[in-house]
Design a protein around this ligand. Structure first.
Ligand SMILES: [Zn+2]
Length: 453
């Protein structure tokens, strides 16, 4: 059965690629209110596709963007059920001028498919959909029951997903969860992720005046909020990149020598960071390696900042306000609410006289650790080894998938995190891409995983 399904998928690779191109052309940017219709369109496209493939599929409302749910179950009730999670929403594509082709007119160049959402995450979850399609078309059946939960708010922090999972626990009941929202180490080296960082974030506003004023009339006599914000932000880290917020590292686990040795075996270095990002050097806590900083150390970053006039030419004002978006990546044992409080307290304390500091939009998810012993995780490891030619690396991942924590606490089942992309897919950046071969291998890995279960 396995070989017939694999052959079917290989014979239909052009059709499967065409479908992905169509899906990627829908600009489902969840963060932008004027794209709400497109987000809905993507949900309808996907559920239509799953329905056509023979699954029971529906678009289910939430307080925000809808969830696409689909399932296929076999006649006997003893077979295992796998829940496949993904997200059909994408990051904003701005700045458009840095793309070499239009982000929502997908094209294939040199073996890569370029489009916003290609790797994060439409290409990766559609690979699972195509694996299921291949079984149903080639064999008319699947050896397991399959459920899909594809949400539309991952890129804005999944604000409504835990409520959705909590309200639909029976519907989502399963034996394991499969998530492909990450990367291989390279085309012949898969990675199974066993830890994900958590995330907290908020926006800060510094106000010094009740409106923008003339910089000649008032310059030298009032506090400038852009300077005040710069002072506040500069106080949060030392020159070597250590976070100086009191208590910030208090709950962070001390790494065992064993863990350090395991992380040191992953061949990823300062040079790789430089090559992948264009940075002139790797930068961060000097006591730790890049692998350690990425997996087991928390971060504090500014994601954006703005103030005053930024249009063409000059405008001689002192702005009334300055703003920044702040996020921290968290590691196991750090409490999101506590980290938000510590950072905000430090920012208030660092505010110069005459600057009023306020915060909004605070949100957070803790980090998670996954057990590697479960038979379903071992099934994923065997599928990955057969597809890519090597047994997987076991890695801690720097990113955050809030749903992993929800799945752990609400469903309590093993979660396999097996990424199908590559580290230089430019996710969240201009020229996001997904290698066509990664899509095809992803479909194969998913077919094999279903067989191994
Ligand atoms: Zn993303």
């Amino acid at each position: 059965m396995l070989n017939r399904v694999l052959d079917y998928a290989r014979a239909h690779r052009d059709e499967y690629l065409k479908d992905l191109l169509e899906y990627l052309a829908i600009p489902s940017v969840s963060a932008q209110p004027d794209r709400a219709r497109d987000v809905k369109m993507a949900a309808l496209w996907l559920s239509g596709h799953l329905h056509e493939a023979g699954l029971r599929a529906e678009v289910m409302p939430t307080a925000g963007h809808p969830v696409v749910y689909a399932e296929w179950s076999g006649p006997d009730h003893h077979r295992p059920t796998v829940l496949i999670y993904g997200h059909y929403d994408v990051q904003p594509a701005e700045p458009f001028e840095l793309w070499h082709s239009e982000p929502f007119r997908p094209v294939v160049r040199d073996g890569y498919l370029y489009a916003r959402g290609a790797s994060d995450n439409k290409g990766q979850h559609l690979a699972h959909v195509k694996a299921v399609v291949s079984y149903l078309r080639a064999e008319g059946t699947l050896p397991v029951n399959v459920k899909f939960l594809i949400e539309g708010e991952e890129e804005i922090g999944s604000p409504n997903l835990s409520a959705f999972i909590a309200a639909h626990r029976d519907l989502l009941a399963c034996d394991c969860v499969m998530i492909s929202d990450g990367a291989l180490f390279n085309l012949t080296q898969p990675v199974l992720t066993y830890g994900l960082r958590g995330l907290v974030g908020f926006e800060v506003q510094v106000r010094c005046l009740d409106r923008d004023v003339h910089s000649g009339h008032y310059g030298g006599n009032v506090q400038n909020p852009a300077f005040a914000l710069a002072q506040i932000l500069a106080s949060l880290k030392d020159a070597q990149g250590r976070v100086t917020v009191p208590g910030f590292y208090d709950d962070v686990r001390v790494l065992s020598a064993e863990e350090r040795a395991a992380l040191a075996r992953i061949p990823y270095s300062d040079a790789d960071v430089m090559r992948e990002t264009g940075a002139s050097m790797a930068f961060g806590e000097p006591e730790f390696t890049v692998n350690e900083r990425k997996g087991v150390r928390p971060t504090l970053e500014v994601n954006g900042m703005w103030s005053g006039y930024t249009g063409p030419g000059s405008k001689t004002i002192i702005p009334a306000t300055a703003h920044a978006k702040i996020t921290c990546r968290l590691v196991p044992n750090q409490d999101p609410a506590k980290v938000i409080r510590l950072v905000q307290d430090a920012m208030r304390a660092a505010a110069p006289a005459g600057a009023e500091v306020t915060f909004n939009d605070a949100r957070g998810t803790p980090a998670s650790l996954v057990s590697l012993d479960a038979p379903q995780i071992q099934a994923a490891a065997r599928a990955a080894a057969a597809t890519y030619g090597n047994p997987p690396f076991y890695e801690l991942e720097g990113g955050s998938i809030p749903v992993v924590h929800d799945f752990q606490s609400l469903l309590g089942k093993p979660i396999a995190l097996l990424g199908f992309g590559l580290p230089d897919d430019n996710i969240h950046s201009p020229d996001e891409r997904f290698a066509v071969v990664c899509y095809e291998k992803g479909i194969e890995a998913s077919i094999r995983f279903i067989a191994e279960l």
